[in-house]
Design a protein around this ligand. Structure first.
Ligand code: NDP
Length: 314
């Protein structure tokens, strides 16, 4: 046997709340899980600041610190946590094969996919520099910090509409920057946005630059039709132009929707391949919260445990 091939019962791919929670449950069920962390250990929460809506932290906690807690808990239960990126899979036969960093080959009886999703960004230098300093891709996570202040949001889909409405309840004014003269969001959401007095829409507009040295202070908005720019003072800048599920390497084997979100059988974490489960944002485009991801990670480990017992592996 090739020495670079390793066989495990349960392989978990991804290290956000879903992956680590799956690891806690799988380790406690004696499934000896091996978890590969991927390119961004700890996932999306490592690029946020304070988390105030995860139960169990009455005083809130910094996102990166919370993910250290998740990792420590999974390790203490006995999960084998490794740095490495899954680069290719073969789910056409059992045991399943997963290649790590294009070289190491893992064989697994059960696989839990918890690779998450990545927020799309505009690509501005100022957006990157001020990320976590007023710039955010999650209003539900960070909107609270801008209570009583003015904010801007970019995007015109259901997420942007939902987040603009959420922010309108906290903030004095929400400046909504929309690149065309129409919104992509569902009609009912569009109507709600347009009927909310403190949401000000800038049609045919793009973000020219976010201004501020160490914190967000203003946004320069450019009208693409007229070329005119205006500078609007704000404290928070939210990007809501969609997410990209990290599911590319699975597409030859796993059923997904047109955006690449993995389809699971409702009420379970089961994918179309028996023995392969999915949890967290890679299969959830609606809720996308740390707590819902953790909950679905638990479901995936329980589903995997039942599957492995049924085939006589645990
Ligand atoms: P969408 O892809 O639906 O919308 C993205 C929005 O961002 C579009 O308005 C798009 O503009 C805009 N956009 C993209 N790139 C840029 C850019 N570079 N600069 C400026 N604007 C940009 O993503 P969502 O996250 O809103 O939604 C994803 C899916 O999830 C959808 O199917 C949605 O319906 C669903 N969803 C459902 C919810 C619900 O049912 N409650 C809640 C949230 C999401 P343009 O229109 O010009 O392309």
């Amino acid at each position: 046997m090739d020495t670079n091939v390793e066989k495990v019962h349960c392989l978990i791919i991804g290290s956000g709340p879903a992956g680590y929670t799956a690891a806690v449950y799988a380790a406690r069920a004696n499934m000896k899980p091996v978890l590969y962390q991927g390119i961004q250990p700890g996932g999306q929460l490592t690029i946020t600041t304070e988390v105030e809506n995860y139960p169990g932290y009455p005083d809130g906690i910094q996102g990166p610190e919370m993910m250290v807690h998740f990792e420590k808990q999974a390790a203490r239960m006995g999960a084998d946590i490794r740095y490495g990126l899954a680069t290719k899979v073969d789910f056409s036969k059992k045991p399943f094969k997963v290649w790590i960093d294009e070289e190491k080959e893992m064989e697994a009886d059960a696989v839990i996919i918890a690779t998450g999703a990545s927020a799309k960004w505009l690509g501005l230098e100022s957006e990157q520099r001020l990320n976590g300093f007023g710039v955010s891709a999650c209003a539900v996570c960070d909107g609270f910090f801008f209570r009583g202040k003015e904010v801007a949001i970019v995007g015109a889909g259901d997420t942007a509409a939902e987040e603009a409405l959420y922010l309108s309840k906290l903030c004095t004014t929400v400046h909504m920057i929309i690149r065309r003269d129409t919104m992509r969001a569902s009609k009912v959401m569009q109507e709600r946005v347009q009927q909310t007095p403190n949401i000000k829409i800038y049609w045919n507009s793009e973000t020219d630059e976010i201004l501020g040295e160490n914190k967000t202070e203003a946004v320069r908005i450019k009208n693409v039709k007229t070329g005119e720019t205006q500078t609007v003072p704000i404290s928070g800048f939210f990007v809501a132009i969609g997410h990209q599920p990290n599911s590319d390497i699975f597409k030859d084997f796993i059923d997904m929707d047109e955006a690449g979100y993995i389809k699971t059988i409702p009420g379970t974490s089961k994918t179309n391949v028996e023995g392969v489960f999915a949890a967290g944002d890679v299969q959830d485009k609606i809720y996308r919260q740390a707590v819902t991801a953790a909950g679905s990670g638990c479901m995936a480990a329980l589903d995997a445990e039942r599957y492995l017992s049924a085939i006589g592996h645990v």
